[in-house]
Design a protein around this ligand. Structure first.
Ligand code: GLN
Length: 192
């Protein structure tokens, strides 16, 4: 399996390291032609404003949008989730809009700007998942065909799936827990 990691800005190196632990061929993607021959793409955390601007400049936005509509698997973490959302409540940003979720950027107030919490994610099994939130967005609402995968204790939606599109508001690539990435690989191979 060959997975691309969008490497314009943000935490792409960490995703590549984690994929290597899963014995997957992981390659950085900076140009449209590097999307060819991939089984899936990860869009990492970082700054969604910067990532979307660079995606447009490098002609990647259109190509990724087209691929997603054909069923190409994409996993967006944190800023990457904002990038593929169909709507962003705040901030001047034009997401590629392929997943039926509305998100809110920097959704957690200053006091809890960044935090760690144990998440219950039923599709990953009983063991709690370490949720690392860094100036994280939240999912305000989900549209048809979207399955909610994780919520905070107060009901805030922080992970979801729509077909072969997967998103989370937190950073699984900054933990030693490989389950969320393995779940993405299982989605790609049709096991899940
Ligand atoms: N606050 C960032 C944004 O709005 C996301 C933060 C992150 O990816 N860790 O794009």
């Amino acid at each position: 399996m060959k997975i691309g990691v969008l490497a314009l800005q943000g935490a792409f190196a960490e995703h590549i390291e984690l994929l290597k632990k899963l014995k997957v061929d992981a390659v950085p993607v900076r140009l449209p032609r590097q999307l060819e021959g991939l089984d899936g793409l990860i869009i990492p955390g970082g700054e969604s404003t910067t990532i979307t601007k660079l995606m447009a400049n490098y002609n990647l936005a259109h190509k990724i949008n087209e691929l997603a509509r054909e069923g190409f698997p994409i996993f967006g973490t944190c800023a990457g989730m904002i990038v593929i959302a169909s709507g962003v409540a705040n901030g001047k940003i034009t997401p590629i809009g392929v997943m039926a979720i509305k998100v809110k950027r920097n959704a957690f107030g200053r006091q809890v700007d960044s935090f760690e919490t144990e998440l219950s994610i039923p599709v990953l099994g009983k063991k709690p998942f370490p949720g690392v939130f860094i100036r994280a967005p939240l999912i305000e609402s989900v549209g048809r065909g979207v399955e909610v995968l994780a919520k905070l204790a107060d009901g805030t939606i922080v992970a979801a799936r729509q077909g072969k599109l997967l998103v989370c508001a937190f950073h699984p690539e900054l933990t030693d827990d490989l389950r969320f990435h393995r779940y993405f690989l299982d989605i790609i191979s049709g096991k899940r």
